[in-house]
Design a protein around this ligand. Structure first.
Ligand SMILES: C[S@@+](CC[C@H](N)C(=O)[O-])C[C@H]1O[C@@H](n2cnc3c(N)ncnc32)[C@H](O)[C@@H]1O
Length: 276
């Protein structure tokens, strides 16, 4: 079983913030004046990027002043977007130290430090009190989570009664055996995919109700295909999420598309609630 250190090493070693700033400058974006819109191609670090965050946000019942938790928040793009859009506060947690550092520095660049705060930690052991948040979400994180019952149990614990919990992930498809490398693992180590049916069972087991599952496979497949077309034309923008994916980014994108086609993975978006 892969330990947390090897999972976080997979996601980001070295100075991720410096890498992002270098790519910004290569794209003629000044860190001193960068806007949330300019950052969006990089800081929504999940399949389909910013449009997927917007779609998820459209479905979430967030009110001004709410305190929301982002579990596995990466470099914080979704947290900053939600905080800005809904005038809420977001606390993020992530196991990858270089992402946490980059997240807080990018938040400072956008002068949002009062609204968004990111800390280092494991989503399976949240450092928050019981019933703290009006809502929580985890975008493309659970593919690396060994203990789903513990992870969802922790999310349930820190949410207030009536709070929402949202999840996007690549579930395991009916054919199983995904091709690697993939964005969340080079060779299958540290990858713990479960089927959408099992995800619902884990969520209900943790106590969540009204679990609504959307199949997002076609949308994700189209997104990966679009990236592959741009890469084939050597037309990927200099400031894009591929700068965080390393040397094997093209193979990861190709396999992600192929796995959906072959029923090896099954992308979903889930929204559920802690009972009142
Ligand atoms: C695909 S990125 C998604 C980042 C962010 N949610 C987003 O959508 O921009 C996956 C993230 O999950 C984090 N992660 C993986 N396992 C974790 C764990 N046990 N606890 C907290 N974060 C974890 C990784 O460090 C990485 O930042």
């Amino acid at each position: 079983m892969a330990d947390l250190k090897s999972i976080s090493d997979h996601w980001g070693t070295g100075d991720v913030y410096a890498r992002i700033v270098k790519a910004m400058e290569a794209a003629s974006i000044s860190p001193a004046t960068v806007t949330m819109e300019q950052m969006a191609p990089v800081d929504h670090f999940h399949a389909r990027g910013f449009p997927a965050t917007v779609e998820l946000a459209d479905a979430l019942p967030i009110a001004a002043g709410d305190h929301i938790v982002d579990i596995g928040c990466g470099i914080g793009g979704p947290a900053r977007y939600l905080a800005d859009r809904f005038d809420c506060r977001v606390s993020g947690i992530d196991i990858t130290e270089s992402f946490v550092e980059a997240a807080n520095k990018l938040t400072a660049l956008l002068k949002m430090a009062g609204q968004v705060e990111v800390e280092l930690g494991d989503g399976q052991h949240l450092p928050y009190g019981d019933a703290t948040f009006e809502g929580g979400y985890t975008q493309h994180v659970t593919m690396n989570i060994t203990n789903r019952a513990q992870f969802f149990g922790e999310a349930f614990r820190v949410l207030k009664p009536g709070a929402f919990f949202a999840l996007t992930e690549h579930g395991l498809g009916p054919q199983g055996n995904p091709h690697y490398p993939l964005p969340w693992s080079e060779d299958g180590s540290g990858a713990y995919l479960v089927t959408p049916v099992d995800t619902v069972a884990y969520l209900e087991g943790a106590g969540f109700v009204d679990v609504a599952v959307e199949d997002t496979g076609a949308k994700y497949h189209a997104g990966y295909k679009r990236s592959m077309e741009l890469a084939a034309q050597d037309a990927l923008p200099p400031f894009g999420a591929h700068i965080l994916m390393g040397q094997t980014a093209p193979a990861k994108t190709k396999n992600a598309a192929r796995n959906i086609e072959e029923g090896r993975t099954h992308p979903i978006q889930v929204i559920c609630y802690k009972p009142r």
